[in-house]
Design a protein around this ligand. Structure first.
Ligand code: ATP
Length: 670
């Protein structure tokens, strides 16, 4: 579709005499008119989506060459006058103030000031009564003026782009390198171009790209925009710069209208969640504005060098193809005959299986049938058979989940929870596409609100919008009985992390924002993974509870020791003051005790010390007993051998600490 063309369609008989005009649109034109499809709904969301698209491209790029990603994102606010300066437009003073959207009439101003004064009076009264005063938010008139202009740049250490490809990669809608059947963050060949289209629509400024591939002695510098009607790149500058440091990667800069105030928290959450699922990457996020106190710099440190292996490109499973796709595969195949085509261009079909399938297709098919000579009817026959026949499921080996280690590390590094459990499910299949679900559940942590805090990831991208309809949210809220796992879903600070990777993520709705709840296979895999984490946590919570109970018991006993010691001592002292004959009736041993009290050999302090020792001893014994009963002993038991300094010494003793007991026997120790 090159450009918009107009054709006059012939009016049909009976149709209105007004001529209908047939129009065609280029994909760039279509997306510029329907920006919301790609997540560019309004200036705020557009700022968020621009950051997201650039970051995801940066990660895809670094991972594709197995480089530990280093991604720097900068959002710089540009004042209108700086922008005007940039494009050579002279600032103008407002002459007719009433013309403007943010104009406040005298009456409206008076009303606002009166309301503010009343509010201030109220707050002063509250302050005088000693109560906490809420800060009064100054009412700023909400108008279109709230959005401003931002230069967004993203720099990575990835594979870069070849000099000649840059204009087409970034200036032609629906062009990219990620169309194959592979787990990638990007898929449509649209994201970066949408940022450019939005730049063109909101500021009119082109995109600025610097890129270099590994070992290249120059950096490609390209300034380009897009011809919306023709869907072709419009290059302003394309030059080669010196690359004496042999830098490789890409740096993309785009100037757009946005809204930082309303999307600040979403953008920071996105970066933080990306750091959770990508702990092997280093992110530097900066927001720069003219008022320094509003600047933001956040560095998300790399915590591991263990990067998941890059996802592999795979072949289609017979149950995942439609007629159109079969035709495309036929036109692209390098195989000559039908049996080779079936065996090599699809997964889960061996040679013997291909021959059996061909036998089933009918007499006009044979193993030697030239694949390019297949008629439309024959292709329909193949498609029908693919729909009805039984095939082995595709393997999940081509997928690249984050891995339990990385997920756990990411959660710990960003949330600092008190407890965390993770689980990785085995590969499963949905409509011929393999998928893997990984989950993590954490309790406690920094900046975590009480209740369920749900974090969703698809092909290792955080999903922040459309939470309500998502399979993960619904499963966590409706299908998990948290009480069964000793988790108080409304009081505890519960983090639920679910990451799904697949060669095809069945996103619902217009953007890559959420996965629907209607795919049985995915819904049950999500539930199972969360349950597995919860079961692990239940054991930990029970252990923690028991330890806490024990501590509590000890604390309670210890609390009574001084009082009890005093009471016993006073009683003994009173008895000691009685005559000897009377004391005898309590028995010899007791009489001895009373004697010791009389002679001050036993004091209140002695009793206190003995009671404390007894409580400690009891506590140790109970810990040992609990560990034995709960099987901890088995898991933690390890044989150690200590040789005795004095060979003649024989001993049996316990060395006790709050976490372990070492029991000594003569001759060996266990
Ligand atoms: N930082 C980068 N480093 C290397 N190549 C890049 C970078 N950014 C974009 N590209 C290349 O440009 C192509 C187009 O990017 P674009 O964001 O438009 O689409 P995509 O990432 O392929 O898919 P999606 O629209 O789903 O994000 C990519 O396929 C990639 O080959």
């Amino acid at each position: 579709m090159e450009g918009e063309t107009k054709t006059k369609a012939k009016p049909t008989k009976g149709a209105s005499s007004r001529e209908a005009t047939l129009k065609q649109k280029s994909p760039a034109e279509f997306f510029s008119e329907n920006k919301n499809i790609a997540g560019f709904d309004n200036p705020g969301k557009s700022l968020y989506t621009t950051v997201r698209e650039l970051v995801e491209n940066a990660l895809d790029s670094a991972e594709s060459i197995s480089e530990l990603p280093v991604v720097e994102v900068t959002i710089e606010e540009i004042s209108r006058s700086k922008f005007n300066n940039l494009i050579g437009l002279i600032d103008r003073e407002r002459i007719d103030a009433e013309l403007y959207d943010d104009y406040e009439t005298e009456k409206a101003r008076e009303k606002r000031l009166a309301k503010e004064a009343k509010e201030q009076e109220k707050q002063a009264k509250i302050a005088a009564s000693g109560k906490k005063v809420k800060e009064i938010a100054k009412k700023v008139s909400k108008s279109r003026g709230e959005s401003s202009l931002f230069k967004v740049s993203c720099k990575d250490n990835g594979r870069g782009m070849s000099h000649d490809d840059i204009p087409n990669m970034l200036g032609r809608v629906l062009s990219g390198t990620k169309y194959g059947l592979r787990q990638t963050r990007g898929k449509f060949g649209l994201g970066a171009k949408m940022a450019l289209i939005w730049a063109k629509m909101s500021t009119g400024l082109p995109i600025d790209v610097r890129a270099s591939t590994k070992g290249q002695n120059f950096i490609s510098h390209c300034v380009l925009d897009i011809d919306i009607h023709k869907n072709i790149p419009h290059v302003h500058l394309h030059e080669k710069l010196d690359n004496s440091f042999r830098w490789h990667g890409a740096e993309i800069q785009v100037t757009i209208e946005g809204n930082w105030t309303t999307y600040r928290s979403k953008i920071i959450s996105y970066m933080r969640q990306m750091a959770v699922i990508t702990p092997y990457a280093e992110f530097l996020f900066r927001f720069i504005t003219e008022s320094q106190d509003k600047n933001v710099t956040i560095r998300f440190q790399r915590r591991t060098d263990v990067m998941p292996p890059p996802p592999e490109e795979t072949k289609y499973h017979p149950s995942a193809v439609d007629l159109l796709l079969i035709k495309r595969l036929i036109s692209e195949t390098s195989k000559q005959n039908l049996v080779q085509f079936l065996q090599h261009d699809f997964t889960s079909i061996s040679k013997a299986h291909a021959e059996r399938l061909i036998g089933e297709m009918g007499s006009e098919f044979s193993a030697k049938t030239l694949v390019k000579s297949l008629t439309d009817q024959q292709i329909v026959r193949i498609h029908q058979l693919f729909r009805q026949a039984k095939f082995d499921e595709p393997s999940g080996e081509c997928l690249s989940p984050a891995g339990e280690y990385n997920l756990r590390l990411g959660i710990i590094k960003e949330l600092h929870p008190d407890m965390v459990a993770t689980y990785q499910g085995s590969p499963q299949v949905f409509e011929g596409h393999p998928f893997i679900v990984e989950a993590g559940v954490s309790i406690g942590g920094r900046d975590v609100k009480p209740g369920l805090n749900i974090f969703r990831f698809a092909n290792r991208i955080p999903l922040l919008f459309e939470q309500g309809g998502d399979v993960v949210t619904r499963t966590a809220m409706k299908r998990i009985n948290w009480n069964n796992y000793k988790i108080k879903e409304n009081q505890d600070k519960v983090g639920v992390f679910v990451s799904i990777v697949s060669t095809k993520i069945p996103f619902k709705g217009t953007g890559k924002e959420y996965i629907g709840d209607d795919i049985e296979e995915i819904a049950s895999a999500v539930k199972f993974s969360i349950q597995q984490c919860c079961s692990q946590l239940k054991a930990k919570i029970s252990r923690q509870q028991a330890a806490w109970d024990k501590q509590e018991r000890k604390r309670t006993l210890a609390k009574y020791i001084p009082g009890v010691s005093r009471a016993i001592y006073d009683t003994l002292l009173t008895i000691s003051e009685n005559d000897r004959a009377k004391r005898r009736k309590y028995g010899e041993e007791f009489a001895e005790l009373v004697d010791k009290v009389s002679s001050h050999e036993i004091t209140e302090a002695t009793l206190k010390q003995k009671l404390s020792q007894h409580v400690d001893q009891m506590d140790m014994e109970m810990a040992l007993e609990y560990a034995t009963q709960s099987g901890m002993i088995e898991a933690a038991r390890e044989a150690i051998f200590l040789s005795c300094v004095d060979e003649n010494q024989t001993f049996v003793a316990d060395l006790k600490s709050p976490v372990c007991v070492v029991r000594m026997f003569s001759g060996f120790g266990v």
